[in-house]
Design a protein around this ligand. Structure first.
Ligand SMILES: O=P(O)(O)OC[C@H]1O[C@H](OP(=O)(O)OP(=O)(O)O)[C@H](O)[C@@H]1O
Ligand SMILES: Nc1ncnc2[nH]cnc12
Length: 176
């Protein structure tokens, strides 16, 4: 019987030179074709975060997919962190670099309460720019990032280094 990590590794597709030459893109969308595997992934994430967080922040767009399911399993709020211009005010913004470009993300500042313990969830940790910007947004709003979770950590890009000043509780189900 193969492990959850082995089944994730077998299911994720590797796409060379997407979206730019030189990028080895990890396509996680085949995971969603397998309902049983997806249920196991959500259970694993929920087990990792149980009792540790008061809310889950999911990052647009791939961080929404398991993120809301994790929050619902934990019985805590799910907060959408969206690309600039998509959320109505009142919002706070943060700009950042990522493996293949630049972006700005925003969150509704009223959803994050003072001292709230927050899980930042996304599909892929690459350079860490996106997750770091999300953590900065959360701190601007008075929240505390107590955990990061990802399906995949591209360890050779050292993204976790950027995140360790928020918390060292940085989890991924697989790494390359
Ligand atoms: O660690 P980083 O270098 O910041 O890269 C990781 C981010 O890149 C991808 O998002 P993308 O901006 O491609 O958006 P998407 O989820 O909408 O596809 C991925 O889903 C992470 O959010
Ligand atoms: N190599 C990669 N594959 C998939 N998503 C990513 N986000 C940033 N880098 C990525």
């Amino acid at each position: 019987m193969s492990t959850l990590q082995e089944r994730i590794d077998q299911t994720i597709a590797n796409v060379a030179d997407f979206p730019k030459p030189g990028i080895q893109y990890k396509d996680i969308t085949p995971l969603f074709l397998d309902a049983k595997l997806s249920n196991e992934i959500v259970d694993a994430f929920a087990g990792i975060s149980k009792g540790k967080v008061d809310a889950v922040c999911g990052i647009e767009s791939r961080g929404f997919l398991y993120g809301i399911q994790i929050a619902q399993k934990l019985g805590v709020p799910f907060i959408l962190v969206r690309k600039a211009g998509k959320l109505p005010p009142p919002t706070v913004s943060e700009s950042y670099d990522l493996e293949y470009g630049q972006a700005t993300i925003e969150v509704n500042e009223t959803y994050i309460k003072e001292g709230m313990r927050i899980l930042v969830h996304d599909d892929v940790l690459a350079t860490g720019g996106t997750a770091e910007a999300c953590a900065k947004l959360i701190e601007k709003c008075g929240g505390k990032v107590t955990q990061f979770s990802f399906i995949v950590n591209l360890e050779f890009l050292n993204g976790a280094e950027k995140l360790s000043r928020f918390t060292t509780d940085i989890v991924s189900l697989t790494a390359y």
